[in-house]
Ligand binder design. Sequence first.
Ligand code: F6R
Length: 366
Amino acid sequence: EKSGFDHFMLKEIHEQPKAITDTYRGRLVRQEAIIKMAGIEDNMKKFLNADRIIIVACGTSWHAGLVAEYIFEDLARIPVEVEYASEFRYRNPIITEKDVIIAISQSGETADTLAAIKLAKSKGAFVFGVCNVVGSSIARETHAGAYTHAGPEIGVASTKAFTTQITVLTLMALRLSRAKGTISSSDFRRHLLELEMIPAKVEESLKSDAHIREISEIYKDASNFLYLGRGYNFPVALEGALKLKEISYIHAEGYPAAEMKHGPIALIDENMPIVVIATKKGHYEKVVSNIQEIKSRKGKIIGIVTKGDTQVRELADHVIEVPETLESLSPLLNTIPLQLLSYHIAVMLGKNVDQPRNLAKSVTVE
Ligand code: F6R
């Protein structure tokens, strides 16, 4: 049931305020300034004694894992590695009983992720699942876990699963940082407060829809796109590029903005649209200078900016505003315009948005 939306993908994009709320409901208790997650409480020792966390996942879930790497290291000061499940399982990886594995999967049925979990378990590691589908194979195979509560995701291109995965992983990182004492109580409270404001801010970000449609019209015939971001938003750039590839079949690549000068800058000319995540906080000035480099090579700049921004607005061909938030939570907002951009371009090109060619909702073969 598409509830009046043209596609499941659009419906699911619009469901994100509710999905994110459902994900933190009962876990984030702001009045008491606590986070309650049974899967963490029951296994607190394992997390606190971990030498490192290894995140295994595929595709969009892997991108959520990359965002989690920033937040776990930043807040909880636990070393994190993020691995493609398909590479990890065949690499003869070094895993010990002191490793905690976090497996992220919307469907809970991804063959490579499941195999990586079995491998890690066989080496004695503790495996924690972040799944959306209740009772799925991965949910059953892991020692403990936390569900995302995004509700069914029908569109093949993952949207609300991604933002709710980031929400769960953020809650986990916050809970662990409190237990470890790596976050001050005021910082912790500020995170809880800001996280509770995210659904309303996602709602506000969705209001750029008509403006994003206009931008989509201008660039829908481009044959390549670049997506750039730094820090917490580097994985968001990767995810933006993946969304565009999947449903519009336009070639797109995501890069850390500073890596541009080590090669991809050679691609830039007046025909190259470049989506730059340039929200305030998080290397803003550096990203502005990256934008200047692009501009001097005549690339077309679509900036994702914080509401009220003037500096990027002066340089960019287009800007899409999102509300201000903490840097650590900014992926939850910056992802929204990128989802809408790929959606509108794909629709304008007449593609089958909900069921892109060659793709299946869950990849149960390796
Ligand atoms: C992207 C997409 C895929 C999945 C990947 C992992 O939009 O849908 O890249 O993210 O196949 O799937 P799960 O999360 O079900 O393990």
